[in-house]
Design a protein around this ligand. Structure first.
Ligand code: ACO
Length: 335
């Protein structure tokens, strides 16, 4: 069974409630209909009820009637949610009037529904840029205890690639935090290892990537990766991790043995932590296009409740997959 099939089946068992703030968007509606038909999750759609009903009819969607619809312009809970938002953000200078206005923004409304416990997770981004999806999440849902930084992992799925014995590599951060400090990079490593375990049942072997292996180059950027590795070991003594390693030393056994003799990770890594968002984002897109790997994600990690961001070029199937992943994250259970 493929990774996505098993995640979808697992989600069916969990019956989590996922809120979709782009509730009138065509691909989102089609994905919601499929998710409801297959019982992958319960769904809240945010949007104008008449428009959702009209489009469901137009696209021949049979199961949307099982979704809960919340119209942000006509929401009986508006004042209650605005008060909640005001309480959370008053130290940052928000006024009650601004809070009332923001509850009409579907992306803010979705995160407030997570905060009240009405939804277990959120999937958005088919129409909105990453920053717009993430900002309300950072402001309202915030990070897990002990985590200061949210990051985004990709599951890169390969077919018969000699460097990927288990067919899956996990890459991070490919989506969120442009220039992490050593301490933040250490958090990203721990979060990514946990994501690899909880979503795919992978036993993580983490390589902290750089342009240097074991001091082969001297530069402050390499020092940062060495320091991040030290902090990650301190934070998570159970974690199998090594760095700094070059990418070839991380995944090619013969190169790993040569450049980092004695390392338990070199040549065997299945979780690759990149030193910056630039390198991670560029790497996942090149591997996806040039090596033909399927890229599943970004799976956002470190948030107190799961909120995941779609690419605006996403397909209906991408949305269904991300809803299933979000439901799995919401359960907090390992596979
Ligand atoms: N983790 C947790 N909290 C964060 C993070 C983070 N990585 N970044 C910012 N925050 C918090 C801040 O602490 C702040 O909280 P506060 O208001 O309670 O004090 C709040 O979020 C807003 O912080 P800003 O610094 O104003 O953040 P800003 O809104 O400018 O930017 C953002 C945050 C949008 C995530 C920015 O870092 C960004 O644009 N990142 C790149 C996203 C992107 O474009 N990725 C590539 C495309 S995705 C893809 O290709 C798959």
């Amino acid at each position: 069974m493929s990774l996505m099939q098993s995640i979808r089946e697992n989600a069916q068992r969990l019956s989590k409630c996922i809120v979709l703030p782009e509730g009138t968007e065509e691909r989102t509606l089609k994905a919601a209909d499929f998710v409801l038909k297959e019982n992958i999750a319960r769904i809240i759609l945010i949007g104008n009820k008449a428009e959702i009903e009209q489009k469901s009819h137009q696209f021949g969607l049979q199961f949307i009637r099982n979704a809960r619809i919340i119209d942000p312009q006509n929401n009986p809970d508006k004042e209650k949610l605005a008060t909640l938002l005001f309480e959370i953000r008053k130290s940052k200078g928000i006024s009650m009037e601004e809070a009332m206005q923001l509850t009409e923004d579907p992306l803010y409304l979705a995160t407030l529904l997570i905060k009240t416990g009405e939804a277990d997770g959120e999937v958005a981004g088919a129409m909105n840029a990453t920053g717009n999806v993430l900002r309300p999440a950072f402001q309202i849902v915030k990070t897990l205890p002990g985590i200061s930084v949210v990051s985004g992992a990709f599951f890169m799925i390969f077919k018969d690639n000699p460097y990927v014995p288990g067919n899956i590599l996990v890459f991070a951060d490919c989506a969120v935090h442009p220039d992490p400090t050593a301490s933040e990079l250490a958090e990203i490593a721990v979060s990514t290892a946990l994501t690899a375990m909880s979503i795919a049942g992978i036993e993580p072997r983490v390589a902290m990537l750089s342009f240097s292996t074991r001091g082969s180059a001297k530069h402050v950027l390499c020092d940062k990766v060495v320091e991040a590795t030290r902090i990650a070991r301190e934070k998570a003594p159970w974690l199998q991790i090594d760095g700094e390693l070059q990418a070839d030393a991380a995944i090619v056994e013969s190169v790993g043995m040569h450049k980092a003799p004695g390392s338990q990770i070199a040549g065997k890594a299945n979780v690759l932590v990149f030193p910056s968002l630039e390198s991670g984002n560029i790497a996942y897109k090149l591997v996806q296009r040039l090596a033909g790997a399927e890229a599943i994600g970004p799976v956002l990690q470190g948030m107190a409740a799961p909120i995941n961001d779609l690419s605006r070029g996403c397909s209906v199937s991408d949305i269904v997959n991300l809803i299933a992943i979000t439901a799995t994250q919401a359960s907090g259970e390992s596979k």
